[in-house]
Design a protein around this ligand. Structure first.
Ligand code: CP
Length: 361
């Protein structure tokens, strides 16, 4: 019997294989869309850079990003995030341009992608984006190739807020602002209270703080805090009883009910206040030593009383101050990393040398 040939001639024709999807392009360095973009050492280095920049002489600091271009693209209203990013970029010497959805070609229907491409063509080297849609920064990053700093995207994330919250806590917990590791917040419990369902701040904090050793308690009624919220990540638990949450916590972060995102959901505000309002009586009885945080804007008389907002435990104004330092670090990092240069720019070094030479003895 003739032997069967086993050469390529006898093999059945190869079935055409579907082309493999090409891998996504590498993300621009310096983008911060989620706190998960940052390793713990990167968080530590952002905090350290924030402190360095905060203490630097303004005339020296302004040479770091002199005439570099930063665009602030805001599709939602903002006071704290917008102003502090703008002041941060300006105090590093950058030129800023604010584009808001109400007074730009966005009103005429220009897409996020085309707006981003336009800003890049105008010389923007980094875009700070606030947008009502969760995940909106990702296509903007892909379309422009620029580092994107997420200034809050719908109910998804608000990473710079979580970093400034962390800096505020560390300033009061005796840990030192820059000594951040996986154990820095060991033994610290943070209660995040209120409208967790719609809160990008709650998500970013809950994804960041347990990585530094903290326990996070989410507290609120089921309508604003579904059980599934505990599955966001490790180190998170749910407590429906506000007073028990207060008694267990060293830090209490109150949240506003986001009426603009309730979409037909009805909340009995009187009942809510009765159960979840931070008032002086509750704070004194259950959490007299706790730090009181709130990302703002606050609604006095709803999630907290004026007495608590203005009281000795409140760090609300301090959070805002920390926001400028954190955002300086994020903008400096985004622009340095987008060009691959070191954070210590040549311009900064030379300005420092001149300042030393001209300083009176
Ligand atoms: N915390 C915060 O994001 O506030 P703004 O909406 O005022 O920016």
């Amino acid at each position: 019997m003739p032997q069967r040939k086993t050469t390529a001639e006898t093999l059945p024709p190869a079935t055409p294989q579907p082309a493999l999807p090409s891998p996504p392009p590498p993300r621009p360095r310096g983008s911060v869309i989620s706190v998960l973009d940052l390793s713990v050492p990167e968080v530590a280095s952002i905090l350290a850079l924030a402190t360095l920049l905060e203490h630097e002489a303004p005339l020296v600091r302004m040479h770091r990003l002199l005439k570099r271009r930063v665009a602030l693209l805001f599709y939602e209203s903002s006071t704290r995030t917008r102003t502090s990013f703008e002041l941060a970029a300006k105090s590093l010497g950058a030129d800023t341009a604010l584009i808001s959805s109400q007074s730009s070609s966005i009103e005429k229907g220009e897409s996020l992608k085309d707006t981003g491409i336009t800003l890049k063509a105008l010389g923007a080297e980094c875009i700070i984006l606030r947008h009502p849609s969760p995940g909106a920064p990702y296509p903007l990053e892909q379309a422009t190739g620029l580092p994107i700093l997420n200034g809050g995207d719908g109910t998804h994330e608000h990473p710079s807020q979580a970093l400034l919250d962390l800096r505020t806590m560390l300033a009061h917990l005796g840990s030192g602002q820059t000594e951040v590791s996986e154990t820095t917040l060991q033994g610290v419990t943070i209660a995040i209270v209120g409208d967790i369902l719609h809160s990008r701040v709650a998500r970013s904090n809950a994804l960041l703080l347990p990585r530094l050793g903290a326990q996070v308690i989410f507290c609120g009624p089921p309508a604003l805090l579904p059980d599934v919220a505990a599955q966001i990540g490790p180190g998170i638990s749910i407590e429906r009883d506000f007073e028990r949450a207060l008694a267990a916590s060293q830090v209490v972060m109150m949240l506003r009910i986001q009426v603009e995102r309730l979409a037909g959901m009805h909340i009995d505000l009187e009942d809510y206040k009765g159960r979840y309002q931070a008032n002086a009586e509750r704070m004194n009885k259950y959490a007299a030593q706790a730090l009181l945080l709130h990302p703002g804007p606050i609604i006095r008389g709803l999630e907290l009383t004026s007495e608590v907002a203005d009281g000795p435990q409140s760090l609300i104004a301090e959070q805002v101050r920390h926001g400028v330092a954190i955002r300086m670090a994020l903008v400096a990092r985004a622009l340095d990393q987008s060009t691959g240069s070191a954070v210590e720019t040549r311009a900064g070094k030379s300005a420092r040398k001149t300042a030393r030479k001209t300083r009176p003895a």
